[in-house]
Design a protein around this ligand. Structure first.
Ligand SMILES: [Zn+2]
Length: 307
């Protein structure tokens, strides 16, 4: 048994030495829009501009302690569960399609570790049905992507990228790529291979909405907004989409679950705990002011995740 473990360890070490994760260059986007907006400005161009489709591309095994700060929930015990891995297709009436997060590519239907390399091959944490991968769903919808935006670049948000076009711009918030987890645990993914650079939006130069924080107008017409929501990851972005059926807030992993959002329990895993709690408070207050706002959570499509 000891020998077996040693052999696995040596194989892993060899794999680790041979591969590493490619990281694209970072190009700063300076919006230079230091104006103050009102919340009303976020909704004023809302009528019938964009359609939003939530793509469920598979499931990943996580622990409740990652999704929720269990210290804040009396009696809660850490346990494992599978949660959906999501991607969002935003279809602008005149400016075309963009994708927010990339979900899983088709490799996750073949094995539980999908496109995770190196040490990743020793884990089986994902599930996917054939045809559930992001590219298959985009093809079925005849989507033609103009750009990809990442809420953040943890592996469960970038795994679909290998199946997407490389000659379109990729965007994230400033500091996101450096906080991507790519090399943690020696998983060495190939998610970003072929992408020359990631455009990182510098929210310190962006417009600000009182009570909500810095925002970036994606199409320049007020239909779709990126909102700076750091905490779970550096540079994390949430999105407000004015859809044909009303406004929707995509929280990303600023709140993985409906339970956390409704009960004011921040994610258990944070790059910056204080920022994450402040972000959750801002989003909750915003949502409370707009009861008709549809809120979409990072890994919970039906509110079924409870501690
Ligand atoms: Zn996630």
């Amino acid at each position: 048994m000891k020998l077996q473990k040693l052999a696995i360890g040596m194989a892993a070490a060899m794999l680790l030495m041979r591969c590493s994760t490619y990281k694209p260059a970072v190009r700063d986007i300076q919006p230079r829009e230091k104006r103050t907006l009102t919340e009303r400005d976020l909704f004023k161009n809302g009528a019938a501009i964009a359609e939003l489709a939530v793509l469920n591309t598979g499931e990943v095994e996580v622990e409740t302690g990652l999704l929720l700060d269990l210290d804040k929930i009396p009696g809660a015990k850490n346990r494992k569960l599978h949660v959906p891995v999501l991607s969002y297709l935003v279809r602008h009436k005149t400016q075309g399609d963009i994708l927010i997060d990339t979900g899983f590519d088709a490799s996750f239907a073949q094995s539980g570790h999908g496109n995770f390399g190196c040490m990743g091959v020793f884990f089986n944490f994902a599930k996917q049905k054939p045809g559930q991968d992001v590219a298959a769903q985009l093809k079925e919808k005849r989507a033609v992507l103009k750009a990809v935006y990442f809420t953040h670049m943890h592996v469960d948000h970038t795994s679909g990228t290998p199946d997407l076009p490389k000659d379109i711009p990729y965007y994230a918030g400033k500091g996101t790529l450096a906080d991507s987890y790519a090399d943690i645990f020696g998983l060495c993914m190939k998610h970003l291979d072929g992408i020359e650079h990631v455009n990182e939006i510098d929210f310190s130069q962006a417009a600000a909405v009182e009570g909500l924080g810095a925002v970036y107008d994606i199409f320049g017409d007020g239909s779709v907004w990126a909102i700076h929501t750091p905490g779970h990851s550096a540079g994390h972005m949430s999105f407000l989409v004015n859809t044909t059926t009303g406004p929707a807030l995509i929280t990303g992993d600023a709140s993985h679950t409906a339970y956390g959002f409704k009960n004011n329990v921040a994610p258990g895993k944070m790059q910056n705990h204080n920022e994450g709690e402040a972000t959750l408070a801002r989003l909750r207050a915003f949502a409370a002011r707009y009861p008709k706002l549809r809120v979409l959570y990072g890994h919970d499509t039906d509110g079924s995740i409870v501690p």
